[in-house]
Design a protein around this ligand. Structure first.
Ligand SMILES: C[S@@+](CC[C@H](N)C(=O)[O-])C[C@H]1O[C@@H](n2cnc3c(N)ncnc32)[C@H](O)[C@@H]1O
Length: 192
């Protein structure tokens, strides 16, 4: 499909309804880790991740939406943050990092959009390539129940549906946790 014809699932930041420290602690982010925020939006999760991974670690914030990436780049520069690299990229085409270089690849409120667009295969191939063996793919999604926030119920996906999707790409479920009023996290380990 031509780039100009493609539909990109934008959306609102989940900053007000998801506590970044709670999420990052639930998914096991540690000092020194290499973290990638796939579909990073306004970058609020990356900002908190950068404090946790510290100067020995690194954060990649990647989004297809140029405006939000540029605004985030300005913020990083103005706050003199050295361990975050923000980039514009369509992750169904290419995640701009080396093979097996990421300890935790985080995807918050994005995967259901790829399911809706039938883009799971292309994005999962890139995710599988980017994560280290034994590393984690951490998916955060809206619980599949009626709520005032979030996408329509019919596009939401359950943890079981996420598991079904990713098991074909060499991931095993490690944990499923509630991470907020509206959200769960499913942490998957890349098989060795
Ligand atoms: C609902 S927002 C979630 C943003 C952020 N993760 C959060 O929780 O606040 C979905 C994000 O995925 C991005 N996105 C959608 N399709 C994408 C693609 N093919 N490649 C990279 N980012 C994409 C959108 O631009 C948007 O910023």
């Amino acid at each position: 499909m031509a780039e100009s014809e493609k539909h990109f699932h934008h959306g609102r930041s989940s900053k007000e309804i998801l506590d970044a420290n709670r999420v990052l602690s639930a998914i096991g982010l540690n000092e020194g880790d290499i973290f990638l925020d796939a579909g990073s939006g306004d970058g609020y999760m990356s900002l908190t991740a950068s404090k946790i991974v510290g100067k020995e670690g690194k954060v990649y914030a990647v989004d297809v939406w140029e405006e939000s990436v540029n605004a985030f780049k300005e913020k990083i520069e103005s706050e003199n943050i050295k361990n975050i690299e923000a980039a514009v990229a369509d992750i169904t085409q290419k995640i701009p990092v080396d093979d097996e270089s990421i300890d935790i690849l985080y995807m918050g409120n994005v995967l259901h959009g790829f399911v809706e667009n039938n883009e799971v295969e292309s994005v999962m191939k890139e995710i599988q390539r980017a994560i280290k063996q034994g590393g984690s793919f951490a998916v955060v999604e809206f619980k599949k129940e009626e709520s005032t926030h979030g996408p329509p119920l019919h596009v939401r996906i359950t943890p079981e549906e996420v598991e079904e999707i990713v098991k074909n790409y060499g991931f095993t479920v490690k944990e499923i946790k509630e991470v907020g009023t509206y959200h769960y996290a499913i942490i998957l380990t890349k098989d060795s």
